[in-house]
Design a protein around this ligand. Structure first.
Ligand SMILES: [Zn+2]
Length: 920
């Protein structure tokens, strides 16, 4: 943005005195009137940089001092940036957002000067030395190494969960930070780009009774007047601004011991009274760290490892030495802990600790290479956990991740893994399923293609070469190509630099000679998509087949639109062909010719591994989405998969049988669908029992809530619903009344079956509940209420102080997720948009468009478009999020038009629904 040429004249003593400047906002600069004394130099024309800071200035180190008192409304601080300046400057640009810069000094050719800090837009402040007219031409910011000093203050937000913010737990306030990607500039002015990796020396002035934490160990503590103290931390290793972190409050510390090659001390940091909830985090972090060191062949790179709970439902952040987690991930009361929660923490912890190498030790040079952080940490998680916990079926997790990523990738508005960054919106949008899931799946595919050991050598070489510095995609691809002794970069780039994923049609021909597959690739696109299918990737492909009970494998790299793959060694037409051996190719497979995917599923049976069966079922569902197959195929496969004993395959049966959910079927057919679900799954629940037993293994414990949820929610099983309602009623008085494995599902189903009395009771208990976990569960139950009158009654609570809005928004999302109450939720959002925006964290408006995510008619879509366009698009990342939500709605309408008839016909052919039987 351009700022008009202005004259700003101030008294000469202000020019000569360091530290007496006000931040000048561009909008009100013109209101300043000249004072007496020598006239100051004319301000240069200020044209704000676009996204990035201009070249020619780079920080070498920072000294940062902040005063943070949780419970107050503002923080304050001073930062001294030692910078290297390449050429004389009229203006020195720095990033700062919503900060009041009250004093600035820098060095000019005429010595140290105060400077005006001029806010030019939301992200940039111009520092212009104060010089008088007589000095014209000789008062530029000088070149070489110098200190730039800024004093500032900013708001200590009570509603945000990024930048520098505070959260109340019990009677105490706690301050935390979360800076990735561009929120460090909201906490202190700095050169806020990942390429600037430098040492930071931080000191925090806090209340004497509080603890203060930063990336590095504390080296000094000094008592100050008025019940305050100053805590100084060791200078950090080179860090970009987005990895700087601190926390202040009356914390408790759980010592998790010393781990790894350098005996790194690990602690779990909790708010007051919560140390008892950190048991699993304390037990699991050390072994995970040791596994990572073994893979990378190098020690954890930092001096200490604190892992801290933020008392809000947030994600996690990999700050070196001070990793943050939402409380729901890292803490759990031992008596309600579950295998699902424990595995969830282990996965997130592995991801964050993998970042200590991928991201922290070696950092992307710019946000277009965010995948070098996120795709790698995501890919690394199963690689570590499969060693540490071999029974956790991480191979299944990888296939599921590939399935999800290919789903996201089918959108026309999908990003590339390596998407050019031309705006701050692009930076915000980079944190998506493409960067994480597609990136990780593509890495996994090439890892398997190269061989895992060879790939590991490439990874180690890359980390060693770029340690403590920045790197790009080209650097990484070079390292793995060297390790492989072949060009991996060219095929890899076909996935990195273009959006979408391939569907490969495998046509089997068994004429004379060796049976052969003809492979044809196209972009995988759902019904109704406006995307161009004519795209080509270089895809490593491996198939496996069985001939007379003997299995064999063949591989190729499909580099053109079509190609062939001989089933070499095969003498006759195979009994079955699996077109994605091991399920690790990043492509959808479709079979044509004498065999269909459903045939392969039936014929191969347990000759296919669990990940392979899941990959195959995932591809069937994608082919139903793309219109290559009828939806009835999924329902038929559900009846087969429902007989599987394997929890993961059985989980697909649950999902497939639930496909005609919501209002997709006409009302008259819904009882038949419900009966279908009960017929498929009731016997399994009878066999394993509704109530957990001490002898259950973890697989059974993880399966049971899934099964109960489907029977209750989709099958409307009256026995299951009645049990849930009774158990929930007991739990409201006695928190031990429900086994922890069934707590969330039981309360959710009780909400689904809830009436006015239930609503009133749960709400009364929720209002008094002091425990965040239980309060979340109670709000979760209310969010499931299907009754429009009750939903209309509870939505206004979001706009009161009955609950934190971050928590009570669950009521709105729940209502929006159910076709029976979606209209109400959208009306509420339309009527109260401005009030919601004020109460929610910064830029939440972008994601609110997903309230309309389930919309599946053209008229509703038009309404959603006209409301959200120009509203949700105003916030960071909003334009692409809006486009994706709109595309999603269009695809839903098209899917319904194409596949509804197939589902109707499937259920019409079935007999009358069996009576449900009396509720117990
Ligand atoms: Zn990450």
């Amino acid at each position: 943005m351009r700022v008009p040429l202005l004259f700003v004249c101030l008294a000469v003593h202000a020019c000569a005195t360091v530290g007496a400047t006000d931040t000048v906002a561009s909008t009100d600069t013109a209101a300043k009137t000249p004072s007496a004394g020598p006239q100051l130099m004319e301000l240069p024309t200020l044209e704000s940089p676009k996204v990035r800071l201009p070249a020619g200035v780079r920080p070498l180190s920072y000294r940062l001092a902040l005063t943070i008192v949780p419970g107050t409304d503002r923080f304050s601080g001073e930062i001294v940036a030692t910078v290297q300046i390449d050429r004389p400057l009229e203006v020195l640009w720095i990033n700062a957002t919503q900060l009041d810069v009250t004093a600035t000094s820098l060095f000019t050719e005429r010595g140290e000067r105060s400077a005006q800090a001029i806010v030019v837009d939301d992200h940039f402040v111009a520092l212009v030395p104060r010089c008088d007219v007589a000095e014209k031409g000789s008062c530029l910011v000088s070149t070489g190494r110098q200190d730039v000093r800024l004093t500032f203050s900013g708001p200590l937000s009570r509603k945000d969960v990024d930048a520098l913010f505070q959260v109340k737990e019990g009677d105490d306030w706690y301050a935390y930070t979360s800076f990735e990607p561009i929120d460090a500039r909201r906490a202190f002015p700095n050169f806020d780009e990942p390429q600037f990796k430098v040492p930071w020396t931080v000191s925090l002035t806090v209340k004497a009774g509080h603890s203060a934490l930063a990336n590095t160990p504390q080296v000094k503590e000094e008592a100050l007047p008025d019940g305050m103290k100053r805590v100084t931390f060791a200078a950090s290793k080179p860090l970009p601004s987005y990895l700087v972190a601190f926390a202040v409050g009356p914390f408790e510390f759980v010592d998790a011991g010393k781990h790894g090659r350098n005996q790194t001390p690990i602690r779990i940091v909790t708010p007051k009274g919560k140390a008892g909830e950190a048991k699993w985090a304390a037990e699991s972090s050390g072994p995970i760290l040791a596994q990572l060191e073994a893979y990378f062949g190098s020690p954890y790179p930092y001096e200490k490892l604190d892992q801290i709970s933020i008392q809000a439902n947030t994600g996690a952040m990999e700050n070196p030495g001070l990793v943050t987690y939402g409380h729901q991930t890292i803490l759990s009361k031992p008596e309600v802990d579950t295998p699902g929660r424990q595995r969830g923490f282990a996965s997130v912890c592995t991801h964050e600790l993998a970042h200590q190498w991928f991201g922290d030790l070696v950092t992307m040079a710019w946000w277009d290479d965010l995948w070098l952080n996120e795709a790698f940490a995501t890919w690394m998680t199963p690689r570590i956990l499969e060693k540490w916990q071999p029974t956790w079926a991480m191979d299944v997790a990888q296939v599921n991740r590939r399935h999800g990523a290919l789903g996201s990738d089918a959108m026309v508005n999908a990003r590339q893994i390596r998407q050019p960054i031309v705006s701050n919106d692009d930076i915000a949008n980079a944190f998506d399923g493409i960067t994480y899931g597609k990136g990780a799946s593509v890495i996994g595919m090439f890892e398997n293609w190269m061989g895992r050991e060879t790939f590991q050598k490439g990874v180690r070489a890359y980390l060693e070469k770029h340690a403590w510095r920045n790197a790009t995609a080209a650097d990484f691809l070079e390292s793995i190509s060297v390790a492989a002794g072949k060009d991996v970069a060219t095929p890899f780039r076909t996935f990195l630099d273009q959006p979408g994923g391939p569907t490969i049609d495998f046509a089997l021909s068994c004429g004379k000679g060796t049976p052969t597959l003809t492979l044809t690739q196209r972009r995988s696109l759902p019904i109704g998509s406006k995307g161009d299918a004519a795209k080509v990737w270089q895809v490593p492909v491996c198939v496996r087949w069985s001939e007379k009970g003997k299995q064999a494998r063949a591989c190729t790299v499909l580099t053109e639109a079509s190609g062939t793959l001989e089933l070499s060694g095969a003498k006759s037409c195979p009994e079955w062909v699996l077109p994605n051996d091991r399920g690790d190719g990043y492509y959808r497979a479709s079979l044509t010719g004498p065999l269909s995917l459903a045939d392969v599923y039936r014929k191969a049976g347990t000759a296919l591994s669990t990940p392979e069966r899941i990959a195959l079922l995932g591809d069937v569902s994608a082919l139903v989405r793309s219109g290559d197959l009828d939806a009835a195929v999924m329902l038929e496969l559900a009846t087969l998969a429902a007989k599987e004993t394997d929890r993961h395959v059985f989980g697909y049966a649950l999902g497939f049988a639930s496909i005609p959910g919501g209002d997709l079927l006409p009302e008259a057919l819904r009882p038949k669908h419900e009966a279908f679900v009960r017929e498929l799954f009731s016997k399994r629940l009878e066999a394993i029992g509704f109530d957990p037993k001490a002898t259950d293994d973890e697989d059974l414990r993880l399966l049971r809530p899934q099964l109960i949820a489907t029977l209750g929610r989709v099958g409307k099983d009256r026995t299951v619903l009645a049990k849930a309602r009774e158990a929930a009623a007991r739990w409201l008085d006695d928190r031990k009344a429900i086994h922890p494995d069934l707590l969330d599902v039981t309360l959710g189903l009780a909400g689904e079956a809830g009436d006015a009395a239930f609503h009133e009771r749960v709400l009364a208990v929720a209002r008094k509940e002091t425990d965040r976990g239980d309060r979340g569960r109670l709000l979760g139950a209310l969010a499931e209420l299907p009754d429009a009158t009750l939903v209309a009654k509870q939505l206004p609570l979001i706009l009161t102080d009955a609950f934190e809005t971050r928590e009570s928004m669950r009521l709105l999302w729940g209502a929006a997720g159910d076709f029976r109450t979606r209209g109400l939720a959208l009306d509420f959002a339309r009527t109260h948009w401005d009030e919601l925006i004020i109460r929610l964290p910064k830029d939440s408006g972008a994601g609110l468009v997903w309230l309309a995510g389930g919309v599946c008619t053209e008229s509703e879509q038009a309404n959603a478009r006209s409301f959200f366009e120009g509203r949700s698009t105003r916030y960071l990342g909003g334009p692409r999020t809006f486009a994706l939500a709109m595309e999603n709605m269009e695809l839903c309408v098209a899917f319904r038009a194409r596949q509804r008839a197939s589902m109707i016909s499937f259920f019409e052919k079935r007999g009358a629904a069996k009576p449900i039987g009396p509720a117990r």
